[in-house]
Design a binder for this molecule. Sequence first.
Ligand SMILES: NC(=O)c1ccc[n+]([C@@H]2O[C@H](COP(=O)([O-])OP(=O)(O)OC[C@H]3O[C@@H](n4cnc5c(N)ncnc54)[C@H](OP(=O)(O)O)[C@@H]3O)[C@@H](O)[C@H]2O)c1
Length: 347
Amino acid sequence: MTLVTDPKAPRVAIVGATGAVGNTLIGLIEQRGLRYRDMRLVASARSAGTELTVDGVAYPVQAVDEFDFSEVDLAFFSAGTEASEKWVPKATAAGAVVIDNTIAYRMDPDTPLVVPQVNAHELDRRPKSGVIANPNCSTIPLVRLLKGVEERWGIRQAVVSTYQAASGLGHPGVEELQDASRASLDHPEEAYPNKEFTPSLAFNVIPKIDRFLDSGFTLEEQKMLQESRKILGIPHLDVTTTCVRVPVVNGHSEAVWIETQGVVDRTELVETLAALPEVTVHDRESPREFPTPATIDDRDQVHVGRVRVNPNNPRAFWLWLVADNLTIGAALNAIQIAEELIARETL
Ligand SMILES: NC(=O)c1ccc[n+]([C@@H]2O[C@H](COP(=O)([O-])OP(=O)(O)OC[C@H]3O[C@@H](n4cnc5c(N)ncnc54)[C@H](OP(=O)(O)O)[C@@H]3O)[C@@H](O)[C@H]2O)c1
């Protein structure tokens, strides 16, 4: 039970509580024993009045447009970019610190973009904007590994292909993948009316996530470059990405090629990666072991495998990573930010 009377414990709101990230956040608050003195669950007017349980206590979901943020010290936002643009300023003006899961504030110079295993020092003081941004779900596991490689060998370039699950688009993405897959088996002659994925994701892969930019890259690909630079504090970091949606329910994967300044030895590389916080290297003992989204057991770890130094160039190597996008890529990172804020008394 983490509902406490301690006046130092924050009053917490979860905006987007009924969504995929919100549900995961509630589970992690229970699992990690985050201490709070009041809990409010918030979503759109569509969900107002429904009940959700946190730590065994049932709470009514409140509509965001009727919600009073002055009753809250810490607000987690995962209700989409539009909702964050509209309601985060109201929350911070009322005195709450916001941890935002959307793209709305990530590149704002007054808002730190934080992955606690990489740049927790950004949380030493309360940000000017009152907001801490949670990075993109594919950026978080990548920068956690890049940090270790940069510190030991220096990075010249990283080339990344992502394999991103349907749950990256929340509950609607998962439902559409499941329904479209069933429909294409039962009625292969009929076109399924997709809304979330175009073309259909059923038995398909789609090399486009988010909208196209004039550069030919997608916004998702641009996010991975800009956010990695900001989090690692390396303004000229060269990261280039192809982001691909795959018919996996949950769990993003990435094939990562890194060129380094120094010569890399595989044994040292594996040990360096394995020593990073909350990282599991599967091919530490046997190069035949590798993680997949369906087989990883601990959803709170970044899973690494297929670590291969290029035999033609020892300053370059491949690795494969798998990270749960709802935990590592969203809710867990947000909770870990909250834990750091509470430990530093910067709320
Ligand atoms: N899924 C991921 O892996 C992931 C990772 C990183 C970041 N994010 C970001 O997190 C946010 C939520 O994603 P999700 O996957 O949880 O989506 P989701 O399952 O579709 O849930 C969306 C949540 O937002 C609420 N909502 C939608 N429009 C709203 C509005 N105008 N006002 C108030 N609440 C509103 C919904 O409430 P109702 O139930 O009332 O509609 C629901 O609680 C998105 O911005 C997404 O980009 C997602």
